[in-house]
Design a protein around this ligand. Structure first.
Ligand SMILES: Nc1nc2c(ncn2[C@@H]2O[C@@H]3COP(=O)(O)O[C@H]4[C@@H](O)[C@H](n5cnc6c(=O)[nH]c(N)nc65)O[C@@H]4COP(=O)(O)O[C@H]3[C@H]2O)c(=O)[nH]1
Length: 737
C-alpha cells in the first residue's frame, strides 16, 4: 500500500511540510523542486519566509482577509530561484508527524489567471487614458464655445432679472393703486356709515362736507350747511372765548375734544362730545378741520341717573350713606387743615314704627319725606343731610367754630321734627332723638364718630325721646341745660319771671346821677337766677329776643317816666340794650317810636345801647335805621367798646353819641399798663370825635382817679351802685335828691 511519502513525493501538486514555529521547510516534494527551481536539498535548508515575498504584516493581513472571506487558502507571492514572482494559493493543514506538528501546504500557481485579469485591466486603463486625452481635446476645443455660451447665459440672466424687477415694480404700483382705491372706498364707507357725525371744514371754518350721521343728529341736510360757518348752530357756552380756547388747543396740539352744547334744526338743545383734529397736506400746511361728534345727551342723563341712584336715597332725595361718608371725610380733612370742628348728628324718629303699623307704608313714606324736608330746610348749604335707611337720618355740620351753633341746630331740628305731620288727611305726631358727636374730641375717624353718634342717639332715646345727647359729657350737660333753659325761657314772659334792674351812671364832674342802664333779670322757680349773659344769646338763637327786647324797652320807658314824677329836676335818662338780632328781625324805629309815644318819655331821655357787631357789616339798612332813631331824638351808645372790631371808620360814619368802655379794660386799670394806654387812647379819640365816654365796671377810687385825670365824662359800677330793683333804684334816686 502506498504510504504518505509515496503520495507526497509522486504527486504533481507542489507540496511542502513547514515547521510552524520557525517557518523551516522540513520536506519539499519533486513538484516543489521543479516549481521553485531549487533541488529538494536546497529547499529543505530554506525557510518559507525566504520564498514568500510578503512581509509578516502582509501575511497576517491576508490571514485575516481569508478568515473574513471564509477561504481555506491564502494568496501569497512566492519568489522562484530565477527571481520571478508567482502569485500562489496556499492550502495549509497541521499534521502530526511522530509528535511534531508540521504544516502540510499545497501550493497552486495562479499567476496565469491573475495575468489575464491584469491584461484586462491594462487595456481598460489604456482605454480610459485615450478617452481622457480625447475628452481633454474636446474640452479644449469647446472652451471658447463655453465662454461664448456662458456670456450669453449671463446676459440672459441679467435680462431676466431686470425684467423681474420691472414686473415686480409694476405689480407693486398696481397693488398700491388697488390698496389706495380700497382705502378710499373704506373711508367713504366709514364716512357714510359711521354712527358719529363727521363734519369737515376748511381753514376758515366753513363746512365743506358732512355725513349722514350729521344729518341724523342735527336734523340739517348737507345742502343746509355747506359753506356755512361752523358756529351757525352753536349755543350756550359757545361764546367767543370758548371758541378761542378751542382754536388755541388746535394750534398747540392739533386736536381738541370736549363737551359742547348745540342746537338741532328743530331748536332743541343737545349735548355733544366733539373731537376736532387739524388736516394737513403733505407739506404740513393746514388744509382744514375734521370734526367728529356724537349726541351724548341721553348718555349724560343716564349717567346722572345712575350717579343719583348710587348716591341718593330714592324716597327722600337725600344723600345716601356712601355719599354722606364721602362728604363727611372731606369735612374732616378740611377741619383738620383749618383747626375747626365737625359735628355729626345722628337722627332717629321716635315711634315711627307705630305710624307704619297703624297708617300703612304709604303714610310712613310720606312722613319720611316730610321729615327729610324739615331736616334739610334747617341746614345750611354746606351741611350734608343723609338718610341711612328706615327712619335714620344723619347730618354733618362742617367747619364749626362756635360749638353752641350745634346746639342751636339740634334744638331747631327737634322742634321742627316734633310738629304734626299731615299724612293726607290724618295727622301724625312723632318726635326725634338725636345723638351728637364732634370731631376731633369724640373720635378721629368716621367709623368711631358714627358709632359714638349712634350710641349717643340711644342715650337720647333712653332719656325719654324728643331730645338729644352729646357724646361728650361736658357738652352734653351744657346742651341739656341750654335746652331746658330754652324751654323755660319760652314761658318766662308769660310767667312774669323777667324783671328789670337799673344801675346808675354817674357824671364824674358833678358826682350826680346822669342816667341809668336798664338790665334784664330772669328768675326761674327751678333754675333760679339766670345771668343775661347766658340767656340773652339763647333768646337770640331761638328768636325770643324780639318779645323780650320789646318787653324791656316798654318797661324801661315806663320806669323812667315814673322817676320823673318823683323829681322833676333830675330827669334821669335811661339806657336800654338792643340786640343786633332785633335790628334784623323787626322794625326797631317803629318799636322805639311806639314806646316813646305810649310811655310819654321824651326821646332825649332815652339812650339805646348797641354793640360793635351791628356796625361792622357796614350795612346801609343799619345806617338808615340808626339815622332814623337819631331823627327821633334818642341817643346811641356803643356798648362793650374795645372788645370787638373797634374801628375809627364806623365811629365817624354812624351817628353815635356815647362810647362805653368795657369793664374788662377798667377792672385792671391799676395793674395793667396796656389797659391804661388803651383807655387813654379811647378817651382821646372820643374827645376828638366829640363823643361822650362811659366807663363800665368801676369798682375802686383809683380807677375813678385815673379816669377823671383823663377826662372821662361818666362812670358806672359797683363803687357807686350795683344794678338795683325798680323800687331800690327809686329809693336811690330819692336819697340823692
Ligand atoms: N363785675 C362788675 N360788673 C358790673 C359792674 N358794674 C356793672 N356790672 C355788670 O356789667 C354789665 C353791664 O351791662 P352790659 O355791658 O350792657 O352787658 C349786659 C348786656 O350785654 C346784656 N344784657 C343785659 N340786659 C339786657 C337787655 O335788656 N337786653 C339785651 N339785649 N342785653 C342785655 O347782658 C350783659 C350782662 O348784664 P349783667 O349781667 O346785668 O351785667 C351788667 C352789670 O351788672 C362792676 O362794677 N363790676
Amino acid at each position: 500500500t502506498p504510504t504518505f511519502w509515496d503520495f507526497f513525493n509522486k504527486h504533481n501538486s507542489v507540496m511542502l511540510l513547514i515547521n510552524p514555529r520557525n517557518g523551516h521547510i522540513e520536506y519539499a516534494n519533486n513538484a516543489a523542486s521543479q516549481f521553485y527551481g531549487y533541488n529538494q536539498k536546497q529547499l529543505q535548508s530554506m525557510t518559507i519566509q525566504q520564498i514568500n515575498t510578503l512581509t509578516s504584516k502582509q501575511v497576517s493581513d491576508e490571514r485575516k482577509l481569508a478568515e473574513k472571506e471564509g477561504r481555506n487558502f491564502f494568496i501569497f507571492r512566492h519568489q522562484l530561484a530565477d527571481d520571478s514572482i508567482k502569485t500562489v494559493e496556499v492550502y495549509s493543514v497541521p499534521l502530526n508527524f511522530n509528535g511534531t506538528t508540521l504544516l502540510y501546504s499545497i501550493i497552486r500557481d495562479i499567476s496565469k489567471e491573475r495575468g489575464l485579469e491584469q491584461d484586462l485591466w491594462y487595456y481598460q486603463t489604456q482605454l480610459e487614458k485615450m478617452v481622457e486625452v480625447q475628452t481633454k481635446e474636446i474640452k479644449k476645443q469647446s472652451k471658447l464655445i463655453v465662454y461664448i455660451l456662458s456670456a450669453a447665459v449671463f446676459m440672459l440672466l441679467i435680462l431676466i432679472f431686470v425684467l423681474i424687477l420691472i414686473l415686480r415694480n409694476v405689480n407693486r404700483a398696481k397693488e398700491k393703486a388697488l390698496e389706495n382705491e380700497k382705502q378710499l372706498r373704506l373711508a367713504a364707507a366709514v364716512f357714510e356709515t359711521a354712527c358719529e357725525a363727521v363734519m369737515i371744514t376748511n381753514i376758515n371754518h366753513k363746512i365743506v362736507k358732512v355725513n349722514k350721521s350729521f344729518t341724523d343728529i342735527t336734523g340739517y341736510l348737507e345742502e343746509d350747511v355747506i359753506d356755512k360757518d361752523v358756529r351757525f348752530y352753536q349755543t350756550r357756552n359757545q361764546d367767543e372765548s370758548y371758541f378761542k380756547l378751542i382754536s388755541e388747543a388746535l394750534q398747540a396740539q392739533g386736536s381738541w375734544q370736549g363737551e359742547v352744547w348745540n342746537r338741532r334744526k328743530g331748536g332743541e338743545e343737545y349735548l355733544q362730545w366733539l373731537a376736532i383734529s387739524t388736516m394737513k397736506d403733505s407739506n404740513e400746511a393746514l388744509e382744514g378741520y375734521v370734526c367728529l361728534f356724537s349726541d351724548i345727551t341721553l348718555r349724560k342723563e343716564n349717567e346722572a341717573k345712575i350717579w343719583n341712584q348710587a348716591n341718593f336715597d330714592s324716597l327722600t332725595g337725600l344723600a345716601n350713606r356712601d355719599l354722606f361718608i364721602e362728604h363727611f371725610s372731606r369735612g374732616i380733612e378740611r377741619a383738620q387743615r383749618n383747626d375747626k370742628h365737625v359735628a355729626l348728628l345722628f337722627i332717629d324718629l321716635d315711634r315711627f314704627k307705630n305710624v307704619n303699623d297703624t297708617l300703612g307704608h304709604v303714610a310712613g313714606d310720606l312722613l319720611l319725606q316730610q321729615a327729610a324736608n324739615r331736616i334739610k330746610s334747617n341746614q345750611r348749604k354746606s351741611d350734608t343731610v343723609a338718610r341711612f335707611g328706615g327712619d335714620e337720618f344723619a347730618v354733618v355740620l362742617p367747619e364749626i367754630t362756635d360749638l353752641h351753633h350745634i346746639e342751636s341746630v339740634v334744638n331747631k331740628l327737634l322742634e321742627s321734627l316734633a310738629k304734626p305731620y299731615d299724612l293726607e288727611g290724618s295727622d301724625a305726631f312723632i318726635s326725634a332723638s338725636i345723638g351728637v358727636t364732634i370731631y376731633p374730641q369724640d373720635g378721629k375717624d368716621i367709623q368711631t364718630l358714627l358709632r359714638n353718634a349712634d350710641s349717643a342717639m340711644y342715650r337720647a332715646k333712653e332719656k325719654g325721646r324728643n331730645g338729644c345727647y352729646f357724646f361728650t359729657q361736658a357738652m352734653d350737660i351744657e346742651a341739656q341745660r341750654r335746652r331746658t333753659l330754652e324751654q323755660a325761657l319760652h314761658q318766662a314772659l308769660d310767667n312774669k319771671e323777667l324783671s328789670l334792674s337799673f344801675q346808675p351812671i354817674i357824671d364824674l364832674k358833678t358826682g350826680e346821677i346822669a342816667s341809668c342802664e336798664a338790665l334784664v333779670r330772669w328768675c326761674n322757680p327751678i333754675h333760679g337766677t339766670i345771668s343775661p349773659e347766658e340767656f340773652i344769646p339763647l333768646a337770640e338763637d331761638v328768636g325770643l329776643i324780639v318779645p323780650i327786647g320789646e318787653w324791656v324797652l316798654k318797661k324801661a320807658c315806663l320806669a323812667a317816666m315814673c322817676w320823673s314824677e318823683i323829681d322833676k329836676l333830675i330827669h334821669t335818662s335811661i339806657s336800654v340794650n338792643l340786640s343786633s338780632y332785633q335790628f334784623k328781625k323787626q322794625n326797631i324805629v317803629d318799636l322805639v317810636n311806639k314806646n316813646l309815644v305810649e310811655s310819654g318819655l321824651p326821646s332825649k331821655r332815652l339812650t339805646l345801647e348797641i354793640t360793635e357787631g351791628l356796625l361792622v357789616n357796614d350795612d346801609e339798612n343799619t345806617l338808615s335805621q340808626l339815622q332814623q332813631l337819631r331823627g327821633l331824638g334818642v341817643s346811641l351808645s356803643i356798648d362793650d367798646f374795645g372788645t370787638g372790631y373797634s374801628s375809627l371808620s364806623y365811629l365817624k360814619k354812624f351817628p353815635i353819641n356815647y362810647l362805653k368802655i368795657d369793664r374788662a379794660f377798667v377792672t385792671d386799670l391799676a395793674e395793667n399798663k396796656e389797659d391804661r394806654a388803651l383807655v387813654e387812647g379811647i378817651l382821646s379819640m372820643a374827645n376828638s370825635l366829640q363823643l361822650h365816654v362811659v366807663a363800665e365796671g368801676v369798682e375802686t377810687k383809683e380807677q375813678v382817679a385815673f379816669l377823671k385825670s383823663k377826662n372821662c365824662a361818666y362812670v358806672q359800677g359797683y363803687l357807686y351802685s350795683k344794678p338795683l330793683s325798680e323800687i331800690a333804684f327809686k329809693q336811690f334816686l330819692e336819697s340823692k335828691k
